[in-house]
Design a protein around this ligand. Structure first.
Ligand SMILES: C[S@@+](CC[C@H](N)C(=O)[O-])C[C@H]1O[C@@H](n2cnc3c(N)ncnc32)[C@H](O)[C@@H]1O
Length: 218
């Protein structure tokens, strides 16, 4: 597994990973598939944290933006399957959406997940009801739009998790490897400032993976 960040020393990341339960069977196969085909997925320690948050909150109505081929969705489903929860997950890419649906069947969680295909910006306004846990893990440049649409859907006491907020450390240094990344970095920084000042959310930023923002609605 590639270490995604230089923010936390390799030694610490390796140690944290040693303390994770060993992933076997289908999840391990999915990790390998993603690695071989350069398909993005959550870091293992972020995946574990998602499961901890589901359990701690007792989350039952969960929304994910950015399904990929379903790795994080399967982890979420495994965490809430005993408590009667349900996950709605949105993916824009047709091929990944189809693969995710197949993977949900293979993992035995398809009855716990509603997978939607399309642009989250268009689908979110059509969703019914509220959610007690929302996981944002899609196009980083669109995070401010996702956030504006998503936070009103969060229940009081609900948890919003936003992945990759460090953007490889560019957001910390406010630097970008190429000019076309500048807008994404600037917008991510603005989103973090919005979270900091938000009257309805309390937020903690943690250096897991490529940075995770954890917000709770007051
Ligand atoms: C980092 S990957 C998700 C990985 C997944 N959460 C996991 O850990 O297994 C981000 C995904 O978001 C999808 N995506 C990007 N923009 C999107 C949008 N506007 N609406 C829905 N999905 C989007 C991409 O196609 C990509 O598959």
């Amino acid at each position: 597994m590639v270490l995604m960040t230089e923010m936390v020393s390799e030694k610490v990341v390796e140690f944290m990973r040693e303390l994770l339960p060993e992933r076997t069977g289908f999840l391990q196969q999915l990790e390998k598939e993603c690695q071989d085909e350069y398909i993005p997925l959550v870091e293992p320690e972020v995946g574990q944290f998602l499961q901890v948050m589901v359990k701690a909150r007792g989350a039952c109505r969960i929304l994910e933006i950015g399904t990929g081929i379903g790795y994080s969705a399967i982890l979420l489903a495994e965490a809430f399957r005993d408590s009667g929860g349900h996950l709605t997950t949105i993916e824009i890419d047709q091929d990944r959406y189809v693969r995710a649906c197949r993977n949900f069947c293979e993992a035995g969680v398809s009855d716990l997940i509603t997978a939607l295909h399309g642009d989250a910006n268009q689908i979110i306004p059509e969703l019914c009801g509220s959610f007690d846990l929302i996981f944002m893990d899609a196009a980083k440049g669109q995070y401010p739009e996702f956030f504006a649409r998503l936070w009103p859907l969060l229940e009081r006491g609900g948890v919003l998790l936003i992945d990759n907020i460090f953007l490889n450390g560019w957001v910390i240094d406010m630097s970008w490897p190429e000019r076309r990344k500048k807008t994404m970095v600037v917008r991510m920084r603005e989103l973090l400032d919005t979270l900091k000042a938000h009257p309805d959310l309390i937020t903690s930023v943690i250096p897991l993976g490529d940075g995770l923002a954890v917000s709770v609605r007051r």
